[in-house]
Design a protein around this ligand. Structure first.
Ligand SMILES: C[S@@+](CC[C@H](N)C(=O)[O-])C[C@H]1O[C@@H](n2cnc3c(N)ncnc32)[C@H](O)[C@@H]1O
Length: 322
């Protein structure tokens, strides 16, 4: 049998591609977002033929792995331990804050708009995520007074926000207390206060009041709630934030009739990731309680699923507590 070698096309995540991923015209991309993309030289090769099949099979098998952990209230200790490790490394680093970077998004085969992309740089995914955040933050947080990030982890988005929009008041909320210790360290090093507070999205503390004019951010955090997002959404509705921006895996945006999407759906469900959140927002919008501003599948993800879909909404009458 003759071995067939199928050369994969090279694909670049440049400003034009990012614009299509986030659903805007090219000239709507912020300058700093373009700079991140240009600095990264973000290119990879598209897998086709047997190589693509191999990855589909790998993804399918991974979703059936009995050792796969499920999200839920029982995972609190795991996050505490994970971020404690980052905190220890932060104490010993050179002050560059690179140790804040989570260790999980370093896959070398990634999902991009219907294709698997092989990349040689393990920082590729994080660089695209950073470019995406530059775009989102400048598009939606320019006019607000502050941002509260729920499930902020090591605070990389808050550090980015502090650089991009220095006038903002910033809050980092997380159920892991090591997250709050990390935010203290960031404050000590940068001189920039980020208010840290323990907060459990499964059991929201109604006494934590968002100051009027504050926006909400979640990024790969509501992901961890599975179908149990009701109390947190109720909390947000009661708080009347200026705007809510979510960078999360949204299972309802996959196409169940596609094999490429089906493997991601299986993985998402096995890990008990976020489900029913978008339908709840759509019902709230239909009832006139919120405005749904953006629902966008960027088509970008790690190997197993697409964690970077965008959902942006605001309560009707937001700002009335101002
Ligand atoms: C995948 S990490 C993402 C961290 C950060 N948003 C980022 O983009 O790097 C998920 C974060 O959500 C937090 N988390 C998970 N469930 C939570 C809950 N019920 N309440 C508050 N935080 C939670 C975890 O502790 C962790 O910091």
């Amino acid at each position: 049998m003759r071995a067939e070698v199928i050369e994969g096309a090279t694909l670049v995540v440049d400003a034009a591609r990012l614009a299509t991923m986030v659903g805007v015209e090219l000239d709507a991309l912020a300058e700093s977002c373009r700079r991140v993309l240009a600095a990264g030289e973000l290119r990879g090769s598209v897998l086709s033929g047997a190589e693509r099949e191999t990855q589909l099979l790998r993804a399918l098998r991974a979703s059936e792995d009995p050792a796969l952990s499920c999200s839920g209230p029982h995972r609190a200790g795991d996050w505490e331990r994970g971020w404690s490790e980052n905190l220890r490394e932060l104490h010993g680093d050179d002050g560059s804050l690179v140790t804040l970077m989570p260790k999980y998004n370093r896959h070398q085969v990634l999902r991009l708009q219907g294709d698997y992309l092989r990349v040689s740089d393990p920082a590729f995914e994080y660089a695209v995520y950073t470019a995406l955040r530059h775009h989102c933050f400048q598009r939606w947080f320019r006019g607000v007074d502050g941002v509260a990030e729920f499930g902020c982890g090591t605070g990389t988005s808050l550090v980015l926000l502090a650089e991009l929009l220095p006038q903002l008041e910033l809050w980092g909320l997380d159920w892991a207390e090591s997250s709050q210790r990390i935010l203290e360290q960031i404050g000590a090093r940068t001189g920039r206060t980020i208010h840290g507070r323990r907060f459990d999205m499964f059991a929201p503390d109604a006494d934590f009041l968002l100051p009027p004019g504050t926006a909400v951010l979640t990024s790969a955090a509501m992901e961890q709630l599975g179908a149990a997002h009701g109390p947190f959404v109720d909390y947000l509705l009661a708080q009347q934030p200026a705007i809510c921006v979510h960078i999360e895996p949204i299972v309802e945006l996959y196409r169940p009739d596609s094999l490429f999407d089906d493997v991601a759906i299986r993985y998402h469900r096995r890990r008990n990731y976020l489900s029913g959140f978008l339908p709840r927002l759509q019902r709230l919008a239909a009832a006139g309680r919120i405005e749904l501003l953006t629902v966008q599948r960027t088509g970008f993800g790690s190997f197993h699923h697409e964690g970077y879909s965008l959902v942006v909404w605001r309560p009707r009458g937001a700002g009335s507590r101002r």
